[in-house]
Design a protein around this ligand. Structure first.
Ligand code: FVH
Length: 293
């Protein structure tokens, strides 16, 4: 058996919630020396029995290593936890979900305190962490030098995707993808509601639904192409006019099935508004322009 003789970068991790604990276990399993701190000490005790050093305070944990990873509830908790820590010379990687503006402000805040900064947006749930084939990854943005320096270590819990120097871009990509996910969940909720009172097993609808969503997903490439060219009629298969003409069928079906149209109606309303502007030969892409204020 080959011995792994490469020295592993020591990591400090602040926050041992569901995600933080998964990150901690992944770094420990890969042989990285790990110092942890958590507001509720019992959570840190569990990780300590697996090989982590427990610091008595966040400041002590930050002092222990150059690479400091933060995975807390929200931006306010990051500010609170790091308030008493000396960040000078530290490589701060913030995996806490935040808005792009919060991430940019946190990058400035870290720089003023002498730290280099990378922001992260986690595209995974805890069971996907440390499982290479699970498909989870983390968006990173901010200092490219910092990303390069720590890419191997950051790649231990999940894949890494660097999206630019702007510290807000990781959060923006994160929220963009998750917003699309909620739209998909909303559509699936409506579909299940339509069959709820019928003698149809939801388990028989589920694979049909999953396959259909997968088949339709590549349409986003055409949307991107149309947005880039500014030509929303390019490659159109189903015109907006045709799709708007079909919307009463969807609304009437919802009514027949005793299902509220409240998830579908806002989107249909945008489609109708775009059609009213004379865009019937376009794809659905014009709806995006109605959303951007
Ligand atoms: N879990 C998930 O599915 C998602 C997946 C995508 C990314 N998110 C984000 O990851 C951040 C951490 O999420 P989490 O799952 O670890 O969250 P919790 O299990 O609720 O743990 C929260 C930790 O934050 C600590 N904390 C909260 N407030 C404070 C505070 N004021 N001062 C100090 N620490 C604070 C909390 O400590 P404790 O309650 O154990 O004492 C936990 O360590 C998050 O941004 C997700 O959006 C996860």
């Amino acid at each position: 058996m080959a011995l792994d003789t490469v020295e592993k970068t020591p990591v400090t991790l602040l926050g041992l919630g569901a995600m933080g604990a998964a990150l901690a276990r992944a770094w420990l399993a890969a042989g990285h020396p790990l110092t942890v701190w958590n507001r509720t000490p019992a959570r840190a005790a569990a990780i300590s029995s697996e090989g982590a050093e427990i610091a008595d305070s966040a400041a002590e944990a930050v002092a222990a290593n150059t690479l400091v990873v933060v995975c807390l509830l929200d931006d306010a908790s990051v500010e609170e936890v790091l308030a008493g820590a000396d960040l000078a010379g530290k490589d701060l990687v913030n995996l806490t979900t935040s808005t792009p503006a919060q991430a940019r402000a946190r990058a400035d805040w870290a720089r003023e305190r002498g730290a280099r900064y990378l922001d992260g947006g986690i595209m995974a749930v805890p069971p996907m962490i440390g499982v290479p084939d699970a498909g989870g990854y983390v968006f990173y943005s901010g200092s490219p030098e910092l990303f390069e320096r720590h890419q191997a270590t950051l790649g231990v819990p999940a894949g890494t995707t660097y999206v630019g120097r702007d510290a807000g871009f990781a959060a923006l990509h994160d929220v963009a993808l998750l917003s699309a996910m909620y739209g998909m969940f909303a559509g699936a909720a409506h579909a299940f509601a339509l069959i709820r009172r019928e003698d149809i097993d939801p388990a028989s609808l589920a694979p049909l639904l999953a396959d259909w969503l997968v088949a339709m997903a590549p349409a986003v490439h055409q949307t991107a192409d149309q947005l880039r060219s500014g030509n929303y009629t390019k490659g159109v298969v189903s015109t907006l006019a045709m799709q708007v003409a079909g919307t009463p069928t969807f609304l009437r079906t919802a009514e027949e099935q005793g299902v509220s149209p409240e998830l579908l109606s806002p989107y249909f309303e945008l489609m109708r508004r775009r059609l009213a502007e004379g865009s019937g030969e376009e794809d659905l892409t014009g709806v995006i322009d109605l959303l951007v204020r």
